[in-house]
Ligand binder design. Sequence first.
Ligand SMILES: Nc1ncnc2c1ncn2[C@@H]1O[C@H](COP(=O)(O)OP(=O)(O)OP(=O)(O)O)[C@@H](O)[C@H]1O
Ligand SMILES: [Mg+2]
Length: 371
Amino acid sequence: MKAIGEGKEIDFLAYEPIIELKHINVTFKETDREVHAVDNVSLSVDKGDIFGIVGYSGAGKSTLVRVINLLQRPTTPEAVVKVNGNELLTLSARELREKRRNIGMIFQHFNLMNSLTIADNVNFALRKSGLSKVERTKRVAELLELVGLSDKQHDYPTQLSGGQKQRVGIARALANRPDILISDEATSALDPKTTESILDLLADLNRKLNLTIVLITHEMDAVKHICNRVAVMDNGALVEEGELLQVFSQPRAELTKDFIDTTTHIESSLAVVEKQEIVQNLKAGEVLVKLGYVGETTDQPLITSLYDQFQVSANILFGSLEILQGTPVGNLLVVLSGEPKKTQQALVFMQDHEVAVTVLKSGDKEVKPND
Ligand SMILES: Nc1ncnc2c1ncn2[C@@H]1O[C@H](COP(=O)(O)OP(=O)(O)OP(=O)(O)O)[C@@H](O)[C@H]1O
Ligand SMILES: [Mg+2]
């Protein structure tokens, strides 16, 4: 069988923007109030990215991504909406319909038609494809194979699990060979294991088809699992945007820190750690610190050198290590103890070695908590 991506031109130019949004504002005018759902957002998604957009409910995520295919038009004139280099805002209705087929979408509630079989649900998306009946049948078979549902083609949506229904949603969204797939909370209705399998499928499709994916979610775990870039939305605005590793290791916005904590559990662990006797009774030269590091720096050599160089010992009270895009990212809650001056030097030493050091509590009046 011919692979679905075959015959399609794959552009090997890295970092080419496929989606460019500039100065996007969306205001909804209700009778009694105005909702500024998207507040001057500019962002650019590169070809091949899996771009995560996180934010709490009402942050404006869905409204923003609906701007990408102009299902929602920006409400101020300075907006730029470019997809594959084309400014969509200047297109005629017909041209826009054409361009929209290059953008597939999947949703939380799969929106399948219960009276149609799985195969017919997918086939429905091909009704304007110009393919013959035979070609369409072949294409549907390819798509169902791609999402691992070949054996379900004659079933009806009600016979499928949530994860299987989402696979049908994905097959349908990819029917017209789009370059871009927008996933709006597509895993929100699924259990964690099924969520993971759908995310793995999306990552697989990203690689196999060079599919650019915009993944909207309120779960940082999902972002961490497959995204290479992430943007955080709050109250219509983008409060942070960057490479996954960068954002995870050095979040700037408070909201980003909150989201990251939901996956590393460091702040919740801190509450437990703070109750421990050793932390309650810190003496001079003892500090409770949070250490964050990325990549090469691993805890053991570092902690050994603290003792070797400064005679400062480290008592690890909590540790988490995660692999993000193949790179270890660690967080530790540690009590350091030594001569007060040496403890200070040890903190500086770690900072010099690119460890993010936050003093949370100190038994020594000269070492002030810096957070
Ligand atoms: N068609 C509409 N008319 C009026 N207000 C709207 C409309 N669509 C969205 N809003 C409002 O705009 C804001 C942003 O909504 P949006 O659906 O984009 O948020 P979201 O981040 O996708 O939230 P969720 O995580 O709950 O899906 C909300 O205050 C919402 O009530
Ligand atoms: Mg939404």
